[in-house]
Write a protein that binds this ligand. Structure first.
Ligand code: CDP
Ligand code: MG
Length: 742
């Protein structure tokens, strides 16, 4: 194993950073900079990378080609080096007209960690010459010349830019193209279109897998450059009999290899999510206490999206002498990040994916098998420094006969609602014939158009309404954006919601009225040119009584922002398995009989009152970092609402009706009604669902008659998560395009 490579891994935070240096750090940088590396060390590292010998040829190719496809093994230096080469070659504009080199990443963790690393190599503070922008966390400035960003953020910038031309960027590097996330695919199309308008724009598509021809073909036969990788052979082993308990199998495999294999040689285990990672970490930490005194020690490190980034960075540190590092990671370690020292890979062959069902309109997080290409990529992680071994926790027959060859692009299986709103905001009229690399399934496109239509974001003509334009300004899924805008409107005295503000919230806009429509208007429009289904035909009829109109709705943007901020943040609660009851008791005062959204609001209010005190968070079993993240989201959403002219009104703490009604305006399509057997049936797709055990409504007796929910998760049953009680009678008024009144 090359020790020289290890010595250039990120130094831990103990390395010297003087106070004076810290003072110079740009404002607003949440992720702290790492101390600069010594120049000689940087130079040695950069020259050791496989991409280095190709530097001149690469720059020549960029000069001669407006679009380039760059293929190279993970770890060859594409992400960290190419941007620096471009910067040095003068692609960051001139003093008079500075421009920025953008590099997109599918994952926010990757964008942040790579930006940190490059800032460190360049020797600047993060957010200065090198920065990053991810949703709700912008660590860039007008001085930023190399900007790592999530692909979603670049899309957002294109939307908010009046000309949609992204003039500030000289080069757009679309990284991790092989992952084919929905955002990347949408960006491909947007950037390709942009190149017609901007002759000067350079586009570089980067991929870690060899099937680059499809990218080249899509970009009008773009030139492909290959960087020779450095890959040692990896022996692959399979299970002789398949297992269903891969968590346990992974645990056993780690202990086995730890016992059999000499040091040095760290192991990387691919798991599907935080829960499993934490479970395996607990098991390993428990087992490591019982290792014989003479045995090598185990050091367990974890990497997953929700982990605070300073903890993510720990995986790059070499383990102490006499210790084997075990990295438990999600798919992020497949191609986005390179961890030095890995000699063993343990691969259960699974990945968590969001699967959309256009028929029912539901999104489910499901664990699915990886593709053969992914399995090979994972195995390759063991052969970066020296020959390695990969243990696949499934049979060879499964590999040969069950796994797909390549991963299906997300656009083929994802909810398109958000993407459709973005594309409409970018001025794309005809989505059916838009130049996607792979076309989304027609059903999914229609479902997304219908969803946006039901929310009032699209008009009868299939074009963006004023409400839709406003919704597209928020970096939120359409339903949440709609809930936020609906929260801005109240009822004038008994006006049946017909004042102009609530017309906007109902999507009535100028052209169409919110009253029940008899004509199948959607069919006429460009948006569902070929489809015969119409919303008007399928609108379920629901009883409407006087309640809604009689109750006065107050504007409640302030409350809704708090709720949306909490929903946008993961892992608010932590519940150690041995302190479950204690945690429940500590959080009991926050529980709201109206459901999870108001409960989240109560938690947030109490947190703000406690001024984010660490001890307070601990004693209430709340994750302080997550709460701080929610607070930062809140600040940004408040700023955004103010800019968009939505007053930050509060309905006062005793009015729970206004908030729930506004939520319903966004989530009317995700509502369910109690059945005689105590299960629920969704109102629009008629699925049988249940309240998730994590919901405060799980044990509520009697169970609420009608609820809204944010998402469905499927484990043993289909569960609704983030559930709030609503009144069925509100449906027709809250979502007139979805329900007609009886
Ligand atoms: O993009 P690609 O996978 O080709 O490589 P990269 O991300 O640019 O990483 C090149 C090398 O930089 C890795 O092999 C690591 O040695 C190093 N690196 C690091 O030490 N710390 C990081 N956060 C990122 C990269
Ligand atoms: Mg990379």
């Amino acid at each position: 194993m090359s020790t020289s490579k290890r010595s250039v891994a990120l130094p831990s935070s103990t390395a010297a950073a003087t106070n004076a240096q810290q003072k110079q750090q740009p404002m607003g940088t949440k992720g702290a900079s790492l101390p600069p590396l010594p120049r000689s060390q940087v130079a040695e590292h950069q020259r050791s990378l496989p991409i280095w010998p190709a530097r001149a040829a690469l720059l020549d190719a960029v000069k001669a080609n407006r679009t380039l496809v760059l293929v190279g093994e993970t770890g060859s230096g594409k992400t960290t080096q190419l941007t620096q080469y471009l910067y040095q070659a003068g692609y960051a504009g001139t003093l008079e007209k500075p421009q920025t080199i953008a590099c997109t990443q599918p994952r926010r963790v990757a964008a942040i960690s790579v930006a940190k690393r490059v800032a460190q190599e360049v020797g600047c503070w993060l957010g200065d010459k090198v920065g990053y922008t991810v949703r709700f966390d912008d660590c860039s400035s007008e001085r930023t010349r190399i900007k790592y960003m999530t692909d979603g953020m670049l899309l957002r910038e294109a939307m908010s830019d009046d000309t949609h031309a992204l003039e500030q960027y000289s080069v757009i590097v679309l990284d991790e193209a092989h992952e084919r996330t929905l955002h990347t695919d949408v960006l491909f199309a947007v950037v390709k279109d942009l190149q017609r308008k901007r002759q000067d724009l350079r586009v570089i598509v980067m991929s870690a897998t060899l099937d680059a021809q499809q990218f080249a073909a899509y970009f009008d036969d773009a030139r492909v450059v290959y960087v020779a990788g450095r890959q040692f052979p990896v022996d692959t082993f399979y299970l002789s009999k398949s297992t269903t308990d891969y968590v346990d199998a992974a645990f056993v495999a780690v202990l086995q290899l730890h016992q059999d294999e000499p040091l040095p040689g760290d192991a990387l285990v691919f798991l599907t999510g935080q829960d499993e990672i934490e479970a395996v970490a607990r098991m390993l930490n428990g087992a490591s206490r019982h290792l014989p005194m003479t045995a090598a020690k185990l050091l367990v490190c974890t990497v997953y999206a929700a982990l605070p980034s300073h903890q993510q960075m720990l995986v790059f540190d070499p383990p102490p002498a006499g210790t084997r590092k075990i990295v438990l990671a999600t798919n992020i370690a497949e191609t986005s990040i390179t961890i030095p020292g890995i000699k063993f890979v343990i691969d259960p062959g699974l990945v968590k994916a969001r699967i959309h069902n256009p028929r029912t309109g539901s999104d489910l997080l499901e664990v699915i098998p990886v593709s053969k290409a992914q399995a090979r990529q994972r195995a390759g992680r063991a052969g970066r420094d020296a020959p390695g071994k990969c243990y696949r926790l499934y049979t060879e027959q499964t590999f040969n006969e069950t796994l797909e060859d390549v991963t299906q692009p997300e656009i083929k299986r994802c909810n398109m609602a958000s993407a459709v709103l973005s594309l409409k905001a970018l001025g794309v009229r005809d989505l059916q014939n838009f130049d996607f690399m792979d076309k989304p399934p027609r059903d999914a496109l229609i479902a997304a158009l219908e969803h946006n239509y039901a929310l009032g974001a699209l008009g009868d003509d299939g074009e963006l309404t004023e409400l839709g334009r406003q919704m597209s300004e928020f970096p939120l899924e359409p339903a949440l954006a709609k809930a936020l805008i609906a929260a801005a409107t109240g009822t004038e005295s008994n006006s049946n919601g017909s004042n102009s503000a609530s017309q906007l919230a109902n999507g009535a806009g100028a052209s169409s009225s919110a009253t029940a429509k008899q004509t199948p208007s959607v069919r006429d429009s460009a948006m569902v040119e070929v489809d015969s289904r119409t919303l008007a035909k399928t609108r379920p009829a629901v009883a409407q009584n006087a309640t809604t109109s009689a109750l006065r709705r107050q504007p409640c943007v302030s409350e809704m922002i708090d709720i949306v901020s909490m929903l946008s943040t993961e892992n608010i609660f932590f519940t150690p398995s041995d302190k479950r009851e204690q945690a429940e008791a500590a959080r009991a005062p926050f529980r709201a009989p109206e459901g999870d959204h108001i409960t989240l609001f109560n938690v947030f209010k109490a947190y703000l009152k406690a001024k984010g005190d660490a001890e307070w968070c601990r004693s209430h079993f709340l994750n302080q970092r997550s709460m701080a993240a929610a607070e930062s989201v809140r600040k940004q959403l408040r700023g955004l609402c103010t800019r968009l002219g939505l007053a930050l009104d509060s309905c006062g703490e005793h009015d729970r009706f206004s908030v729930r009604y506004a939520l319903l305006c966004g989530f009317a399509s995700k509502t369910a009604v109690l059945q005689p057997d105590n299960s629920y049936r969704t109102t629009t797709s008629h699925e049988t669902v249940h309240i998730h055990p994590s919901s405060v409504l799980f044990q509520q007796r009697p169970p609420p008659h009608c609820v809204l929910f944010n998402e469905l998760v499927m484990t043993s049953k289909t569960y609704m998560r983030d559930v709030t009680v609503v009144d069925q009678h509100w449906l027709a008024e809250a979502a007139p395009r979805l329900f007609s009144s009886k």
